[in-house]
Design a protein around this ligand. Structure first.
Ligand code: NOJ
Length: 755
């Protein structure tokens, strides 16, 4: 009780910390810290993992004793408000000074109502949808006791071999920045005072998406020009949006561990970008500062702290070694004080000192999670993320008539609809595609089903690929293929629900062959050989190589992993209730050998003058074109859009002025639809080479069938800027090209001169 009084005093004395001035809150933290021992301050920097949810190899210690000792500032991976509430009560009522705890979790694309994976969400190009999904995630997570979310993940990625490409917004820094801000707004709201918002934690700082060879946790070596122009902008955008915390990454950057890189955490993030929040490590990163060769083990914690890291996730090395590091002169007490203050400030921003139990309302847990309204929103948003890549003879949408064969190992796998960060989901409450299809057609058509194949021929590979979300390996693929052909023979059209299983992307899920797995691809070939129309419903968490598929199947609808409501959302689109509107935010290569392949590349030496023909002494491949299979920004609709001739308000951009580009778009097809109109810029001559094109703006426009809309883009000097070799943010006067169109390859170009 003594400690409870300690934090309650300001509120009791009429100085609610929710409304108090900066001076009051500084005074509150000063006073609290003046009563804390060095060990207790270090305790605030400790972030152990609880036991319920596993998101790494090291398991959790006994939290109770850490709480009573005061050697813990927060914990994560404990599920359920009852247990979280018990731990919070323990900290507040029995822990030294009654300091409440941060309670973290990875609520990356939903809590129990699961939304599409972030890569899919980005294909909606819809910041409002992203903000809504983040807001709903916050409502559900806080109802269950969580106050700190390890999201958004804003790593730019140009390498689809990396499984974690699924967790981010793709390859483009401009779109990535817009969506990054939307996540933060959705999680944190206007401030973090409400009991249904939480603190966001942007991750992984930095460059994790550029891991060598696409192998998870691998090294990164990158020029500063590349970092600042392409990889860091989404992080800076979240700092500008007021993100409360940041997680450093697992990787080396140019030989330094990100967790102990002072230039990155202190100089760039805190000094240049003026980030005021809390920095935590990733899972057990501090000992890795040593094992990855950049510090002796006994100095790793000191090096991380001195670089700017406040909280130690999982390793416990801060608690074990920092007090001694002070004695050894490696660390100043002031540095520990600063870090401790940032942890306490985070708790204060969340309002935990005013009401430490604000997230411990068991009634909310009963009423606010997996609600019909949240699920409706998830269904709505999922349908926005699907990308129609091919649709010969307008085979989609399917008519609800006759017999429809639904075939594939993902057709009746309700537990595999969610994708990477869905360990909090209760998949037993989800519906499979098969059930959703049957519900959608009712008595109007017949849905015939066959599993068709395993995920992989090899049982062990399948086990590795379907870790948490098992799909049983049922042996005999030849038999499964044959059964599928019998079902196909009785049907008018075949829908193949195949691709990656849920656990084949996300953390620790790198692949070298990014094709549809072997037996499923063979199944697909046999289905195509029947001569019947085949719709490929592609489940995937990354771009796949679809060279054969793009030539041979009738239609491809990429549904990614659409979340808990994916079944109904897919049925909505397949049967024409909604038209597809997603556009790719990551390039689909023709061959894994082209990787990294991305639209905003620099000009090569010896450019290939004649695409599709091999030219010696040109920058190309003997055995493959340079072009992607499906480019960034690409996606079809059930309707068609026609772009008029774009116009510029002026061909001169004055230093402080603007130029407007406008273009008219007509819906010339038979459906209402949404078009994502994209504007790109190119600076042909600059201080350092600039990309052949860079996305600089876009609009999502709804155009009813037969209708038209004029879309306008404003260009100002800000849009022309980049980081030069001295990392100055500049633009170079001269000629610029501006391009507009439906994707990054299908563009009309105009030029203007910037003064
Ligand atoms: C490791 C992952 O890299 C990170 O994204 C996640 O937040 C932590 N584990 C905690 O689960």
């Amino acid at each position: 009780m003594r400690s409870l009084i300690n934090y309650i005093i300001p509120a009791v004395a009429g100085i609610s910390l929710l409304s108090c001035s900066k001076n009051d809150s500084d005074a509150f933290i000063d006073d609290l810290m003046s009563r804390m021992t060095l060990e207790e301050k270090i305790g605030q920097l400790n972030l152990p993992v609880g036991g319920d949810i596993q998101s790494g190899v090291v398991l959790g210690p006994q939290l109770d004793s850490l709480i009573l000792e005061g050697s813990i500032g927060g914990f994560f991976n404990v599920k359920g408000v009852e247990e979280i509430s018990r731990l919070q009560h323990l900290a507040v009522e029995k822990g030294p000074h009654g300091i409440p705890l941060l309670v973290g979790a990875d609520v990356v694309h939903g809590y129990e109502t699961i939304f599409p994976i972030p890569l899919a969400l980005s294909c909606s190009w819809d910041s409002v949808a992203v903000e809504r999904m983040a807001h709903i995630s916050a409502i559900e997570a806080t109802a269950d006791g969580v106050n700190w979310n390890f999201s958004p993940m804003v790593d730019i990625c140009r390498d689809p071999r990396w499984g974690r490409i699924a967790e981010g917004s793709g390859e483009d820094p401009y779109l990535g920045s817009i969506l990054a801000k939307a996540y933060v707004r959705g999680y944190q709201g206007d401030n973090m005072k409400s009991d249904s918002t939480l603190m966001a934690c942007v991750k992984h700082f930095a460059l994790y998406g550029a891991t060598e060879g696409g192998r998870d946790y691998n090294t990164v070596d990158m020029s500063k020009e590349r970092m600042f122009n392409y990889y860091l902008p989404p992080f800076q955008a979240t700092v500008d949006a007021g993100v409360g915390s940041l997680m450093s990454s697992f990787n080396l950057i140019n030989g330094q561990h990100a967790t102990a890189a002072k230039w990155l955490l202190n100089d760039v993030l805190r000094d240049d970008w003026e980030f005021q929040g809390l920095i935590a490590t990733d899972y057990n990163s501090i000992p890795e500062v040593s094992t990855m060769g950049t510090s002796a083990m006994e100095d790793a914690a000191a090096n991380a702290l001195n670089a700017g890291t406040d909280m130690d996730m999982v390793s416990g090395l801060y608690v074990k070694t920092l007090a001694d590091a002070v004695k050894r002169g490696l660390v100043k007490e002031k540095t520990i004080d600063d870090a401790c203050r940032r942890v306490l400030e985070a708790k204060q921003k969340l309002g935990l000192f005013d009401d430490p139990y604000k997230y411990c309302n068991e009634e909310r847990a009963k009423g606010d999670i997996f609600t019909p309204a949240h699920r409706d929103m998830a269904r709505e948003i999922a349908a926005q993320t699907f990308v129609l890549m091919k649709n010969d003879n307008n085979i989609l949408p399917l008519k609800k008539r006759g017999r429809i064969a639904l075939i594939g190992p993902l057709a009746d796998a309700a537990n595999n609809m969610c994708g990477c960060w869905s360990m909090l989901a209760k998949t037993e409450n989800h519906e499979s595609l098969l059930t959703a299809f049957r519900n959608a057609v009712g008595n109007e058509a017949e849905i015939l089903y066959a599993k068709g194949s395993n995920v992989y021929y090899d049982e062990t590979t399948q086990k590795n690929a379907t870790g948490l979300r098992r799909i049983e390996h049922t042996g005999d693929d030849a038999g499964l293929h044959a059964e599928a052909l019998l079902v196909a023979a009785q049907s008018d059209v075949i829908v193949a629900a195949i691709g990656e299983s849920s656990d084949m992307s996300g953390e620790s899920a790198s692949r070298t062959e990014i094709t549809i797995p072997d037996t499923q691809r063979d199944l697909l070939k046999k289905l195509v050989n029947t001569g019947k129309p085949v719709v490929l419903l592609l489940f995937t968490g990354r771009p796949l190589v679809l060279d054969w598929e793009s030539e041979n199947v009738t239609s491809i609808l990429n549904v990614w992993f659409g979340g808990s409501e994916a079944g109904d959302a897919i049925a909505d689109v397949v049967f024409g209730g909604k038209s597809p509107q997603g556009k790719l935010t990551t390039t689909f290569p023709r061959s894994v050998g082209q990787v990294p392949l991305y639209y905003n590349h620099l000009m090569s030496s010896h450019p290939d003058p004649q695409e599709g023909v091999f030219n010696r002494y040109c920058s190309n491949y003997i055995d493959c074109s340079n072009e992607p299979l499906y480019p960034f920004g690409y996606g079809l609709s059930y309707t068609t859009f026609e772009y008029g001739k774009p116009q510029l308000s002026s061909t001169t951009l004055e230093r402080d002025g603007t130029v407007t580009l406008s273009v008219e778009i007509k819906n010339t097809g038979d459906y209402d639809g949404v078009e994502i109109v994209q504007m790109y810029l190119r600076d042909p001559v600059a201080q350092i080479a600039r990309p052949v094109k860079e996305l600089k703006d876009f609009r999502r426009v709804y155009i009813p069938k037969g209708g038209k809309k004029r879309v306008e883009f404003t260009i100002d000097a800000e849009k022309l800027k980049y980081y030069n070799a001295d990392l100055e943010y500049v633009y170079d006067p001269g000629e610029f090209r501006v391009m507009v169109g439906p994707d990054s390859e299908n563009l009309q170009t105009l030029t203007f001169t910037a003064k």
